[in-house]
Design a protein around this ligand. Structure first.
Ligand SMILES: [Zn+2]
Length: 442
């Protein structure tokens, strides 16, 4: 029989499978555990590199990053060497929200990354953390006055974490409380075919506290119990306030691991003689000297300064493969300057990650878009893309970082669970729930 019950997606950014398992074992998050008991609870993987923007874009489009075209937070235009932040306007595939709207379904989306600028959907879209403000980030704009008068905020103040952790944690709760309150308001306002809410505060919490939590610090464990307890009560409320046959999908976009040290790959390229600058404190890609042979963008994406492709390219097509091999070999010898441990786990050629393009196709616009190499670090090393840093490595206020493995999926829908090994699959399977509903063969 056709199932037209609402689909509720609760996206918990950066929540590891192993963390939830630990909560369940300690008797925490009872409502989420209950929901898991109705279906399945499993580990899934993220996308490579495991960042929120490409991962949620994969959920929204049901395809890998090389299909939807969002690879990170920062991209560069090879011809101009200008930086830009990719957003929904750069997506090469339609999203679940658009496709459902086209079918006349009512759709609600709150705080999901890569939904700015908001599409004209059949419902309401409130942008996530990559959107500049509510005025530009909400569709329809008639919802903006209500959100503003409710003091709804897109994100917590991350800069506060660098100055005053206590004040930041307080701010995190303020933003979370408001988000959950406004989500409840919209959930009751009408019957939605798809209701999707994304919670960023879990990821934000982990970035600044994950080390002490994993160490077993008692205060930190209480703090996690507190914040996750709120999320659990919200999940319970959503279950209680939706029809019994509603279909629930809860997932995270990546795992989390303790951040041991940040590694500045552009410093390494400079040290090794591959990268030179025209300014003593280079601030952007225009300050890269024309003699440079390679540079890097976050995280671990390496671009060869290829002639005919890059603005000031000097590496010839004949030198290209040799240089890629040389960089690969040398990156694998990169050691943590403090304890001598190897930093790089593997170096992947761009075409093996983004299997969309023949890398010899110099004039293919896609070729200039993908990195030539992707360095993947051992857990704990964050491969930063900042152009200039005086050291090769440093420990900063960030003590948690994303991981490719250990994301989670909980769903009352057995098909979604059985067929999903990654966030890409989950996006495809959620779409399939609606396909089946409308009698379209899967
Ligand atoms: Zn994060």
């Amino acid at each position: 029989m056709m199932n037209t019950a609402p689909v509720v997606v609760i996206a918990l950014d950066g929540v590891p499978f192993s963390l939830l398992k630990g909560f369940f074992e300690r008797g925490k998050m009872p409502r989420l555990k209950q929901l898991a008991g109705r279906g399945a609870f499993k580990e899934i993987v993220s996308v490579q590199p495991p960042l929120s923007a490409p991962a949620w874009a994969s959920f929204l489009t049901g395809g890998p990053p090389h299909e939807h075209g969002i690879l990170s937070f920062t991209e560069r235009d090879a011809r101009s060497l200008n930086w830009y932040t990719p957003n929904a306007a750069h997506l090469r595939r339609p999203t679940l929200l658009q496709k459902l709207s086209d079918r006349g379904k009512r759709v609600f989306s709150m705080n999901v990354p890569v939904t700015y600028p908001p599409g004209k959907i059949n419902g309401i879209s409130i942008c996530g953390f990559l959107g500049p403000d509510l005025d530009q980030g909400v569709y329809p704009p008639s919802e903006v006055p209500f959100l503003k008068s409710s003091a709804y905020r897109i994100d917590s103040d991350v800069n506060l974490a660098k100055k005053d952790l206590g004040a930041f944690l307080e701010d995190l709760h303020t933003v979370l409380d408001k988000r959950l309150e406004i989500a409840r308001h919209y959930a009751l306002r009408e019957r939605w075919d798809l209701f999707m809410v994304h919670i960023m505060e879990t990821d934000r919490l982990h970035h600044f506290t994950y080390e002490s939590f994993r160490r077993g610090d008692g205060d930190m464990i209480r703090l996690y119990d507190d914040l996750y307890g709120k999320v659990d009560r919200f999940i319970g409320w959503m279950v209680d306030n939706h029809p019994e046959d509603s279909r629930f999908v809860l997932l995270s976009d990546h795992g989390f691991t303790v951040l041991k040290r940040e590694i500045y790959l552009n410093h390494w390229l400079w040290q090794q003689g591959y990268l030179r600058f025209t300014h003593p404190r280079p601030a952007n890609l225009h300050h890269i000297h024309a003699d440079s042979r390679a540079y890097s963008l976050y995280p671990g994406r390496i671009y060869i300064n290829l002639s005919g492709r890059e603005k000031n390219g000097r590496v010839t097509a004949g030198e290209y493969e040799h240089l890629r091999h040389e960089l690969t070999d040398r990156l694998l010898t990169l050691r943590d300057p403090v304890d001598g441990r190897p930093v790089i786990k593997e170096v992947l050629p761009g075409e093996s990650v983004y299997a969309a393009v023949e890398l010899t196709a110099l004039h293919d616009p896609l070729f200039s878009f993908y990195p030539d190499l992707l360095a993947v670090a051992h857990p704990g090393y964050d491969l930063k893309g900042i152009l200039w840093h005086p050291e090769l490595a440093a420990k900063t206020v960030y003590n948690g970082m994303h991981g490719f493995d250990d994301a989670f999926l909980i769903s009352t829908e057995s098909a979604v669970c059985q067929r999903s090994g990654s966030i890409v699959d989950v996006g495809r399977e959620v779409w399939a729930l609606f396909d089946e509903e409308d009698g379209v063969p899967a």
